[in-house]
Design a protein around this ligand. Structure first.
Ligand code: COA
Length: 176
């Protein structure tokens, strides 16, 4: 199995939207009510700093993006940014969020997700942005993040969170 991570192209979006929707019933991700449809609209997040597609055998099977963190005073969703800023002890403009992160069910556990995460973290480091993310603690992702050095800095309920989902956990990857 050859895994290729490359910048996302617009013509990946329909396939990535299908992957997002395909894996959602089992993983619960994204925990949004309603689920943005088509899935491609959720993947093509406006304002992302960069985004990558994972390809296996020429097929898009996963995605990750890095996003700017808006100052809480200018944001409709200030709590996550406050938690990340306090955790890193840095202003919002020195932070970068990892998000829109998923892989197809049939490739899970074979290194595609880790390759995507490495690419995103390398780009955040190149931009001198401190890594942040949010995660729902019921999936397998939160344990993977903990094993990889991410630490929890608090919990909150953003407005987009589905009513039946538990609180979102804010995590940071501390600098060395
Ligand atoms: C999180 C996710 C992107 C990881 O992708 P992946 O292709 O499975 O990634 P990898 O194969 O590189 O595995 C990454 C880690 O997850 C673990 N993992 C993978 N599948 C797993 C499973 N079914 N159960 C438990 N752990 C699993 C691997 O053991 C690995 O951890 P390790 O490096 O400590 O051994 C993928 O599981 C996913 O899309 N989950 C649903 C969406 C989601 O929750 N996204 C994150 C939102 S914050």
């Amino acid at each position: 199995m050859t895994i290729t991570i490359r910048p996302r192209r617009d013509d990946d979006l329909p396939a990535l939207g299908h992957v997002l929707v395909e894996q959602q019933p089992a993983s619960g991700y994204p925990h949004r009510d309603p689920l943005p449809m088509p899935g491609a609209d959720f993947v093509a997040r406006a304002g992302a700093l960069a985004a990558w597609t994972a390809e296996v055998d020429g097929e898009p099977v996963g995605h990750i993006a890095i996003l700017p963190v808006r100052d809480p005073a200018a944001s409709g969703e200030p709590e996550l940014a406050r938690l990340w800023m306090a955790g890193h002890d840095l202003p919002a403009e020195r932070l970068g969020e990892v998000g829109v992160y998923f892989t197809a069910t049939h490739v899970r556990g074979r290194g595609v997700g880790a390759a995507l995460m490495r690419t995103a973290l390398d780009e955040l480091a190149a931009r001198a942005l401190a890594p942040c993310l949010d995660v729902i603690p019921t999936g397998t992702a939160v344990d993977y993040y903990r094993r990889s050095g991410w630490v929890e800095v608090g919990g909150t309920r953003p407005s987009w969170l589905a009513a039946d989902a538990p609180d979102v956990i804010a995590m940071i990857l501390p600098r060395d």
